[in-house]
Design a protein around this ligand. Structure first.
Ligand code: SF4
Ligand code: FES
Length: 338
């Protein structure tokens, strides 16, 4: 098994592991702060061929391998570079690398509007976190920005192309989870854009997952838009017996009082959906009675959402769930602030 050392921490990993995957393994093993793991904006472990577009995950390879210890002269995309035995990598320990990542963030923000105060993604936006952690305070870009009018793609999804960073994740979702992809990136370079080609609606069982994988506010849920800031909602884990093939019905309900404002997939510590959900669960089950509630969701991110503390009020629990291990609460159960 190749041994790789990242920021001075060594780990043995299976052949073919990328530097990013090795960094995540170290992160999990050491229960380390997420800064030891390179940030990602386009890589998504459950989407094949994702990664390699955004360059936020760049690292410096200071020693190529045991057999050939020469460093790689330029930063490499950690999501696309496999480890070699004896490789040594700098992520947070190389100031020049951190400076290069700042440059990447500056490029990603060239056309991105500063509309966080009115963007539904605010509070759970990867680009917002990335700019805060790795960005510069001002852009040097002086030319006219690209702008687009928001368009509806189907009844449930709104596309704000102005916010898109062309990470291709939604394209991979459409390609790999849905039948008959009708959208993609058209044109190239600074005129590239996500398009449904003549605004054709995206209608298939799993299209809503594009909203979850979008790292910015370019694809938003039309059934949730402008109903609440995410940090005013209370996320709870819930499940239902969903008959759609490939949908486990395991979701997060975002509540205000007992009202279900939105339904999303569950994300892991890397911000990736654990199990993709169908559009029926996402858009058509906005009623607590349709779900078996498991308990408050811990949002494991450096975001205002994780500041919400609340618990189930269990005075009148009614066990109705299909799973014997998961106490289910009836619709009338309420949530209260701690
Ligand atoms: S719309 Fe979102 S998911 Fe799709 S390419 Fe743009 S930023 Fe990525
Ligand atoms: S996450 Fe590696 S290039 Fe985008």
């Amino acid at each position: 098994m190749p041994k790789v050392t990242i920021d001075g921490i060594s780990i043995d990993v299976p052949e073919g592991t990328t530097i990013l995957q090795a960094a995540r393994m170290i992160g999990e093993r050491e229960k380390a702060d997420r800064y030891v793991v390179p940030p990602t904006m386009c890589y998504y472990s459950s989407l094949k061929t994702s990664g390699g577009y955004c360059r936020t995950c760049i690292v410096k390879v200071t020693k190529g391998s045991e057999r050939d210890p020469r460093p790689i002269p330029k930063p490499v995309a950690s999501c696309r570079t496999a480890v070699m035995d004896g490789m040594e990598v700098a992520n947070t320990t190389d100031p020049a690398l951190l400076d290069a990542r700042k440059g990447v963030v500056e490029f990603l923000l060239i056309n991105h509007p500063l509309d966080c105060p009115i963007c539904d993604q605010a509070g759970e936006c990867d680009l917002q976190d990335l700019s805060y952690e790795h960005g510069t305070e001002a852009s040097r870009y002086e030319f006219e920005r690209r702008t687009f009018d928001p368009i509806d793609i189907g009844d449930t999804i709104k596309l704000h192309m102005t916010r898109c960073i062309l990470c291709y994740r939604c394209v991979k979702v459409a390609e790999q989870l849905t039948d008959g992809r009708v959208h993609g990136v058209i044109n190239r370079g600074d005129v590239a854009e996500i398009s449904t080609y003549i605004s054709q609606a995206i209608e298939n069982d799993f299209s809503g997952n594009m909203i979850d994988v979008c790292p910015v506010g370019a694809l938003t849920d039309r059934t949730f838009r402008f109903t609440s800031r995410v940090w005013f909602t209370k996320p709870v884990d819930a499940h239902r017996d969903c008959g759609t093939p490939n949908c486990k019905g395991e979701v997060v309900l975002w509540l205000k009082g007992n009202e279900v404002l939105r339904v999303t997939g569950r994300k892991d510590q890397w911000g990736e959906v654990e199990s993709f959900i169908c559009n029926t669960c996402r858009f058509e089950k906005k009623d607590m009675a349709a779900w078996t509630i498991e308990g408050p969701r811990k949002i494991d991110r450096h975001s205002v959402i994780s500041q919400g503390h609340y618990q189930l009020k269990r005075e009148q629990p009614v066990l109705t769930g299909p799973s014997p291990n998961v106490p289910a609460l009836a619709k009338r159960n309420e949530f209260k602030d701690r």
